[in-house]
Design a protein around this ligand. Structure first.
Ligand code: PSU
Ligand code: MN
Length: 303
């Protein structure tokens, strides 16, 4: 496989140090420049401040990079026309020696090849509203079903059908753990009406569950849902109105498939005058701290 693991990440993995995978779709298709680059670098810093090693993953000229340099991250943030790359796009990007910004699904796949257990992001993809008619269900859920990587996020974004998404995760055998939460956080907001069965209070508790999953050969991911910090949580009613407006616009404009999520994300930033972006950045950094803490505990358990 065309893969380049940075020396720093290689060394950390060899020495059983905590490594955290990070995606690039969030940079290229999830946020505007230059905030996207600022955010990506702050997330790396947050991970480092906890004593863990960040591994931002993306594809450059057909080579999967595990552990991008700051310069490469900057390039991902700036460059136009980088393809959004989910699992199904990987062979095409490799064959054409193209650039690809990896989604949760593709990043999980590449992280697993590099033996990285933990992956931090903002929100995962899931079943879109009306997925019962359109079948628009993110490949992220399939990947969580089969690939051995644990994903720390702030819940699926409320642009999705959260109930449908949770049902699919259950069907596919993906444990969903709330971090100090009894309900599924909905990305921009701390809460939703969907109950979570397992509330973990400490990073160690999460690490123990991940370890038990691996030791018992229960393939697939674990989803850790970490609510956005209080001071950044948006008003549920207002954000849902904004989301409905953005979704109505996708219908008017006929935006579908892989373009739908990036369109909705940028529309929501526009409609909230950038407020949603602040929240988005804050919650990823919050997830980065938690992910690093969990990974540290996991390394200690596996000593
Ligand atoms: N959710 C967010 N921000 C994002 C994404 C999801 O809050 O940037 C990105 C992730 O990379 C995710 C992808 O894997 O969108 C899902 O796209 P789709 O729905 O086309 O599978
Ligand atoms: Mn989709």
């Amino acid at each position: 496989m065309n893969i380049r693991i940075s020396e720093r990440v290689k060394k950390a993995l060899d020495e059983n140090k905590p490594v955290i995978a990070l995606e690039t779709t969030i940079i290229s298709h999830g946020m505007p420049y230059p905030k996207n680059v600022e955010c990506a670098l702050k997330v790396e810093e947050a991970i480092e401040s906890e004593g863990a090693i960040p591994a931002t993953i993306g594809i450059i000229d057909g080579v999967a990079i595990i552990g991008m340099s700051h310069q490469e991250i900057e390039e991902f943030g700036k460059r136009k026309g980088i393809k959004k790359c989910s699992r199904r796009d990987l062979p095409i990007i490799f064959a054409k020696k193209d650039w690809g910004a990896t989604t949760v699904a593709a990043t999980m796949f590449l992280a697993s090849i590099a033996n990285i257990e933990f992956f931090v992001t903002g929100g995962i993809g899931g079943a879109h509203k009306k997925a019962n008619e359109t079948f628009d269900i993110s490949a992220d859920l399939e990947e969580l079903a089969k690939t051995n990587v644990s994903v720390i996020c702030a819940g699926p974004k409320a642009i999705l059908d959260l109930g449908f998404t949770m049902e699919i995760l259950e069907t596919k055998g993906v444990p969903v753990l709330g971090f100090n939460s009894d309900v599924l956080p909905a990305f921009f907001t701390k809460t939703s009406k969907y109950k979570i069965d397992y509330n973990c209070k400490t990073p160690l508790e999460v690490a123990e569950i991940v370890k038990a999953k691996r030791e018992n050969n229960l393939d697939g991911g674990v989803l850790i849902a970490n609510p956005v910090p209080d001071e950044y949580s948006l008003n549920e009613e207002k954000i849902n109105q904004v989301i409905d407006k953005a979704i109505a616009e996708t219908e008017e404009k006929g935006i579908k498939g892989k373009d739908e999520t990036p369109f909705l994300l940028s529309k929501i930033v526009e409609l909230t005058n950038g407020k949603s972006l602040e929240t988005n950045i804050a919650l990823i950094i919050n997830n980065a701290h938690l992910g690093a803490k969990i990974a540290k505990e996991y390394c200690l358990l596996n000593k």
